[in-house]
Design a protein around this ligand. Sequence first.
Ligand code: BG6
Length: 513
Amino acid sequence: MSEPSRHPFLHGLSKHRGAPPTVVVIFGASGDLTARKLIPAVYNLGHDNLLPADFYLVGFGRKAIPDEEFRTLAVQAIKEFSRRELSEAMWSRVAAHTTYVAGGYDELPAFERLAAHIAGIERQLGRAVQRLFYISTPPSVFAPIIRNLGASGLASSHLGTPLHAKVIIEKPFGKDLTSARELNATIRGVFEEHQVYRIDHYLGKETVQDLLVQRFANAIFEPLWNRNFIDSVQITVAEEVGVGSRGGYYEQSGCLRDMIQNHTMQLLALTAMEPPGSLAPEAIRDEKVKVLNAIQPLTIGPAGDVARAQYAAGMIGGKPVPGYLEEEGIEPDSGTETYAAMRLSINNWRWQGVPFYLRSGKCMARRASEIAINFRRPPGTLFAGETARFDLAANTLSFQIQPDEGLSLILNTKVPGLETRTQPVKMSFRYATTFGSNTAEAYERLVLDAMIGDGTLFIRGDEAEASWKLCTPVLDFWRSVGRAGMDSYPAGSWGPPSSDALLAKQSHVWRQP
Ligand code: BG6
């Protein structure tokens, strides 16, 4: 179990230097995520002197790759994707401990070879090392990998000793409630919950962690954080990119599975949960599960709580973009949504009657992720009537998750002059302006937290299931009706009309982030 004194909300990264000797094994070592995120994360942790002195990196994959070639791939990945320039001197220390093991994910002998490989590292080092297995493969092989980690003895938990084994599991964690439950059962057959780190990389983002600090370290927000003062909440995760070369994966996934079930639901949970009793990982995760379980089942079907759409051809950044159905690897009659929006009601004392609107989509007008808290309007007794003079907006507090990370508050202000006129203005705080812009990437924090045994920023098994419980009936319904009800939006726009209609019922409109 992680020690409360070490978790990230109490202490900063500087306290993390106590990670024990560790071997990180990446399954899916030649994959895209490894190159874009994992290797750069390891590099930047090394750069910041946050890796343990005895740190080993082992790539594992189906493809036979000599050690030297894997090291070259790692250097290329750092050059292309790291937030910092490659320092050969720094990386050479990690590279000297970087190796590769080839094998099939469903072949036990390959895992026995991996066990022998790690035993060799330990012999050379003269002591045992912690094993951190990072499963970054297609989800179809998650279960065989977990079972083989068990069968080969690699998963053994010697809690508190260097031999302790941990597993990080990438998303998607299942494709519906049944498969998530099955995956949890497979995991539980091999690992104990404290050994398991289910990733949602949004939790590693600085601004997402800051949401908790903003909510609970400032006295002004919490008294207003409820149905008496808040009218509605909007959570947007908009992407400018399309599916690109990931069409094969995306066709099986779609926006609800890819973004809503995990990233936006996590943002919702952190926004809506009750204050935890402490900042201990389990205290926070308990509150997240409670609020997820308090969300009412969705009304699905025409005029229900959910909208879906696909992007049609359009323009982004002055360039023409093809429609989803014209993209590579996409079925011409695909029923996969690239945009999803929903209206949620949380049935508890704090939020009853406050709609939470969630939306996410590819090929939207611009990349923007935010949480916007819309407050109730003031009574219109003083500045009512003359709308030309009294341009009044509802107060909105918005957390800009990315890009241009920050916090802003819309206030109504008097326009200077002898005549009394009002106008909404924006009060803003920007992280980059105050703290500089080169902050750690989500994966750096998450790999480090797993190394030191802190599960705060990872999804617990019951949390994943609570979120799937809500989303699965929607997916089942969509599957049953095929393309019926699929809306569309031009690439480069803010989404389809059916999504606006979700808000119109309560006279709300989507914000333009
Ligand atoms: C991933 C999704 O989880 O998150 C991708 O699979 C998406 O489709 C990505 O593009 C967005 O992450 P970020 O950090 O760029 O907002």
